[in-house]
Design a protein around this ligand. Structure first.
Ligand code: ATP
Length: 235
């Protein structure tokens, strides 16, 4: 479904990611592991069209997307749920969610149906739909961010650190919802520092270090890899 082939990205003269190769099959949950600054967000932003690679190509469902505009990439079926949530804090929960459906604005019935589905996944958001998004708890804001990405009806959803700053119980619920979204047919690419939780739901993973992929394998392989355990699982 998604192929990142030999992709390198620079910010000015600094090479943030080098020769990245990643493959995501339809239906999978794929996790990118790595410390802060290792290059996970840069990789996501390259897939979503916010960064332009100076080398390599990004292919989605057989077509090159690395020269497409971000809105065309969303229309093609890729939605990104950014780290730090990046909501519009003064706007209501409902307005934030509707923003995610912008690319489908001519299909009101579809938007209404998708919104109902988001409220089924996150009933608390229906209760709080008229509240300013910025007044919600961290976990609820993360739900809005995921809901907003779902409003674009993506085939592939990229989630950047969905568990960051959340209490363990909320993290568990978040991962359950991600799994459910996946079961309903959305392929997931996930960046996480919480390797333990992420590898439990992922099919495979890639470990980033200083802008390069240093280890890749099935979740099972990564889970039992001594270096991965030492660095990311703490055992
Ligand atoms: P994090 O979880 O902190 O976002 P990450 O693994 O996603 O980490 P990136 O955000 O992709 O890492 O950052 C990769 C490298 O590129 C880091 O050294 C970072 O400082 C640098 N970087 C990221 N964005 C920019 C930018 N806009 N301009 C210059 N350097 C940047």
């Amino acid at each position: 479904m998604l192929k990142i082939n030999n992709v390198s990205v620079k910010y000015g003269s600094f090479t943030a990611i080098r020769d990245i190769n990643i493959e995501v099959e339809e239906g999978e949950i794929v996790v990118l592991l790595g410390a802060n600054g290792a290059g996970k967000s840069t990789t996501f932003n390259t897939v979503s069209g916010l960064n332009r690679p100076f080398q390599g190509e990004v292919i989605f469902e057989g077509s090159r997307i690395d020269k497409m505009s971000p809105d065309r990439i969303v229309k093609a079926g890729i939605a990104q749920c950014a780290e730090g949530r990046k909501l519009f804090p003064a706007m209501s929960v409902l307005e934030n969610l509707k923003m995610g459906g912008y690319v489908h604005r001519r299909h009101r019935d579809q938007i209404k149906k998708t919104l109902e589905h988001v409220f089924e996944l996150f009933p608390i958001l229906e209760e709080k739909k008229d509240d300013p998004a910025g007044s919600l708890s961290g976990g609820q804001q993360q739900m809005v961010a995921i809901g907003r990405a779902l409003m674009a009806k993506p085939k592939l959803m990229m989630l950047d650190e969905p568990s960051i700053g959340l209490a363990p119980l909320i993290v568990e619920q978040m991962f359950e919802v991600i799994q459910q979204i996946n079961k309903e047919g959305t392929t997931i690419l996930l960046a996480e520092q919480n390797a333990n939780a992420a590898l439990k739901i992922a099919t495979k993973g890639y470990v980033f270090e200083s802008g390069a992929v240093v280890v890749e394998g099935t979740s099972e392989e990564l889970f039992t890899n001594d270096e991965v355990r030492k660095a990311y699982i703490g055992a």
